[in-house]
Design a protein around this ligand. Structure first.
Ligand code: ASP
Length: 390
């Protein structure tokens, strides 16, 4: 552990909390004047611009949530990733789809390189794949994180190792470029499992992780999204539509990222990173950094990373529930994951999905939403990326 450096702590405070006592929007206005960062390949021409994003939330009916259900398990998988539940197919554009697929593909390659390294571990693969996705503006994590109601980006992440059950997590961090690495640092360099807010930021700074100005997380797409939310709030609430006993609710896109991996030593790992949900209340923490909800890994069962409406995933302890069904009920990974996502969660109205990998390399990716961006690599190096049913 690096020695305490008070001046750096003050620096963290200045970066992340310049307006602690005042409304937060001035910070956002400052950020909005800055140009978005242009370092990730996705920024070169395919970053999401406002016209690629539906400005009006679509309506989805809970009982008819389409499922990616029918996908059975895929055998011989060493690495699986997700990029969250995405936009409905009819809003997708060819250029955006190409960019998303390319980044998922690249994340798989980056993760696979770690697994092929003789000293590489499943943890290394999970961290590397997630870092790549965090640096992409196309996903709701790291660079592409959504804004809180107050107009800030508060990031959550967690990581877990299946062999040792060691885990690390950070929540509500605003200046850590790669929260997944901060989560790993908490696991490996602290005696705790989770650090939040300023404590996590100071810890990450001392651990030598890359610290950025909060404005780094500003992207045009997410900024427009939060402005739309603010505008909607300024208008009278839309009438809740009811029909045939169905409650109609606005569909959301989440875009959290996650990875699960199995290394040559037979060890599983899982990780998840997110900006949370657009327009969330500041200080809100979702399932992604909660071990057992958004992330879980146990060599005797499976590694899981989740995406979706976090409050449900926390209440239903989704990631651990899948592992528990395997461990105590003897269910296979695909049956256990489907039971939780397509039955328990769906019945409760909890939208989302998971990727789950068992210690034999069987991989499941059920989701009760129209889309879930996802991909996997098999032992022989073959990769597959899917956004919808394909
Ligand atoms: N599960 C995340 C949260 O609730 C959101 C997501 O998956 O995109 O914070």
């Amino acid at each position: 552990m690096v020695a305490t450096q008070p001046f750096r702590i003050a620096w963290v405070d200045r970066l992340a909390y310049p307006d602690r006592q005042t409304p937060n929007r001035p910070l956002v206005e400052r950020a909005a004047r800055l140009q978005p960062d242009r370092t990730h390949p996705s920024d070169e021409g395919a970053s999401m611009s406002n016209n690629l994003i539906p400005s009006i939330a679509l309506l989805a009916v809970f009982p008819t949530l389409s499922a990616g259900a029918a996908e059975g398990p895929v055998a011989q998988v060493v690495l699986g990733i997700h990029g969250g539940t995405g936009m409905p197919k009819h809003d997708m554009t060819p250029i955006l789809e190409k960019a998303i697929r390319a980044d998922l593909q690249r994340a798989l390659e980056v993760g696979l390189a770690q697994l092929r390294n003789p000293r590489g571990t499943s943890l290394d693969a999970v961290e590397a794949a997630i870092r790549f996705l965090e640096d992409s503006p196309l996903f709701n994590s790291g660079k592409g994180a959504v804004f809180t109601h107050e107009g800030r980006n508060e990031l959550d992440a967690s990581i877990m190792e299946g062999k040792t059950k060691r885990a690390g997590a950070v929540a509500s961090v605003m200046i850590v470029k790669n929260p997944i690495s901060a989560a790993r640092a908490v696991m490996e360099k602290s005696k705790h499992v989770m650090l939040i807010g300023r404590g996590a930021e100071v810890f990450a700074t001392k651990a030598g992780l890359e610290i950025v100005d909060p404005a780094y997380f500003w992207t045009e797409t997410r900024w427009k999204e939060i402005q739309d939310e603010w505008k909607k709030e300024a208008q009278p609430a839309p009438q809740e539509k009811r029909g045939a006993g169905h409650i109609v609710v606005p569909a959301r896109q989440w875009g959290t990222v996650g990875a699960v991996a199995l290394d040559q030593a037979g060890n599983l790992a899982a990780g998840t990173s997110t900006g949370g949900m657009t327009n969330k209340q500041f200080g809100r923490v979702g399932d992604s950094p909660i071990i057992g909800a958004g992330t879980y890994a146990d060599n005797e069962a499976c590694a899981v990373s989740a995406t979706g409406h976090g409050e449900y995933f926390i209440r239903y302890a989704v990631a651990h529930d899948i592992a528990a069904l395997m461990k105590y009920k003897g269910l296979s990974v695909d049956v256990a994951a489907a039971e939780v996502v397509e039955h328990k969660l769906k019945a409760a109205g909890g939208e989302g999905g998971v990727i789950a990998l068992d210690a034999k390399g069987n991989f499941a990716m059920p989701h009760n939403t129209e889309s879930m961006y996802r991909g996997y690599v098999t032992r022989d190096g073959k990769t597959k990326v899917l956004l919808y049913a394909d």
